[in-house]
Design a protein around this ligand. Sequence first.
Ligand code: 13P
Ligand code: SF4
Length: 351
Amino acid sequence: METLTLAKTPVNPSSQSFGQPLDLSLRIRSIDPALDLEAEIIRLKKERNAVILAHYYQDSDIQDLADYVGDSLALAQAAATTDADVIVFCGVHFMAETAKILNPDKLVLLPDLDAGCSLADRCPIDEYSEWLKQYPGHTVINYINSSAAVKAVSDIIVTSSNAAAIVKQLPVETPIVFGPDRHLGKWVEQQTGREMVLWPGFCIVHEQFSARKLAKMRTEYPNAQLIAHPECEEAVLSQANFVGSTLALLNYVTVQTAQKQFIVATEVGILHQMQKARPDAEFLCSPPNSGCDCASCPYMRLNTLEKLYLCMRDSQPEITMPEDIRLRALRPVQRMLDMSKGLSAVQQKGD
Ligand code: 13P
Ligand code: SF4
């Protein structure tokens, strides 16, 4: 079997461009500094019959304006059922693309079109299709963190909250190819006892947590529980008290009321909802290899309140894709939604 390795390229959130309008920075500078952006966004939302969906990794000001805040699965479920005319997706490109796959007739907007994802970027469709040729007869399972073109060559899409549950639903004799996250794939293998062929992708944010520094930190905070996202390396996950998607991590800290200290090994944006849910608890960032204090996704950070306002005002940038790709991508996305009924709940404002 050929072993494929992916280069560790430097963090460059704009490495995959989706056709960002060139005048974005000019338009940002043209916003009247006295404008109440929050009030304008709420006004535009009503005027356009729009819904704002935000991932937990977005900045807190964006999360606070959203109609729904959730993990990838919950947001895909919300996108599948909304009756709004416009979906404003405050997250990254593959999330907005999934909303468009499910809603061809709605306008789907992403505040910054360059908000990609290292997992999706490092799984280009031409290389991936070539690699797949080695595994005929395999069921192709792909993480939702992938492009519409990669989804279109998949049998089932999964997220971090339903991957293990979906793999368990497949007959044991089914050979499986899993992409593009090798760490999530490995974790699913451990949860299900199934061996899968893994595409060697990784998330630049979750792979940077230092297992060595974490072990040291745990001796300094012996009462803290470690909670981790399954995109982390095995050396981090093996130290964790709980592993789960962003929503699962939030649910965990919400119900563990006797526990007052948590070390969090995922993107820093989730701390906003955790602190709201547990004002009595302390949340510490798992130490990354680099000098910074907390893990921040450079792609998620591209969305700002200014860009959210502009995209709603100007109805762009819009997510589009060829209809044949959308139709082929819809089948595995729909299969995921069908196979994960009852597995997740979206966090809606006021819940
Ligand atoms: P969730 O499935 O928890 O939303 O994770 C998405 C993601 O991009 C994690 O890095
Ligand atoms: Fe992609 Fe990682 Fe950012 Fe999630 S945290 S959007 S997987 S780069």
